[in-house]
Design a protein around this ligand. Structure first.
Ligand SMILES: [Zn+2]
Length: 252
């Protein structure tokens, strides 16, 4: 049995367009993707979407100040556990939640896979605790008591090269992407290292970023992978995600 990859969105978010593309005016509504990877040795999710409290009580979840820059479109049935249930996957059976980083729209569903070890870059952990809510880090998302596997650089949780964390620092100091090799080819799950197809095509940097030079050098790495045939899974591209088959249909 080879590795299987499933993609699904866990709600949408309206945010300033300039966050994604430097200099852009107005607002954009973007999907919040997550993935399930089924490996012969276990199951992993990559990113976990929003916290379930965001469905009913966004102010209590995030506070008024942060909500100036984010409107949630997140309804019952769109949360990680419900998406997994729709695939006949018990959320309690997931072995790993691999987080690209700990921003609220990527780590909010961690607690919904209660038995999963959290795989994250160590430098993201220290940054998240220090940076706090004003920087998009909400403690209730990632301070869950789940077992933490803090990694440094590339990491291969299943030990056979099919699922590998790739350090892609820049969006945040400890951001990582995920390379998944399936029978249908190689996929790069960008997380927030590349929001939009337009970002990569035009090397257009985001407006809000920890390290712009590092982020642009990640774009160049993604282009090299793309030239070798890898499929780049853009992190928040509304047009791109309309073309992506949603679970339970298999992506790769
Ligand atoms: Zn982010």
């Amino acid at each position: 049995m080879s590795v299987e990859l499933y993609a699904f969105t866990c709600g949408h978010l309206t945010i300033p367009h300039g966050f994604l593309l430097e200099g852009r005016e107005g607002w954009i509504t973007v999907p919040i993707p997550a993935y399930l990877i089924v490996h012969p040795k276990g199951r992993a999710v990559f990113d976990s979407g929003l916290h379930i409290q965001a469905q009913t009580d966004p102010v209590g979840y995030m506070g008024e100040a942060c909500l100036k820059y984010a409107t949630f479109h997140f309804h019952p049935g769109e949360e990680l556990a419900a998406r997994l249930a729709a695939m006949q996957v018990d959320a309690a059976s997931v072995d790993y939640v691999i987080n690209s980083h700990w921003h609220y729209d990527h780590a909010g569903g961690n607690a919904q896979v209660p038995n999963a070890d959290v795989v994250v870059q160590g430098r993201e952990v220290s940054h998240a605790f220090a940076a706090g809510a004003a920087a998009g880090y909400l403690k209730q998302d990632f301070d869950t008591g789940q077992r933490l596997r803090q990694v440094d650089g590339e990491h291969d949780p299943f030990g056979d090269g099919s699922v590998v964390c790739l350090p892609t620092y820049g969006h945040t100091p400890g951001h990582q992407s995920l390379r998944v090799r399936t029978a249908d080819g190689e996929f790069i799950l960008c997380g927030d290292a590349c929001y939009l197809k337009e970002s990569l095509d035009n090397l257009h940097a985001p407006g809000v970023i920890a390290d712009k030079a590092a982020a642009v050098s990640v774009f160049h790495r993604f282009r090299q992978m793309q030239a070798r045939g890898a499929r780049i899974m853009y992190g928040h591209d509304p047009a791109f995600w309309k073309t992506i088959p949603q679970a339970p249909v298999r992506l790769g």
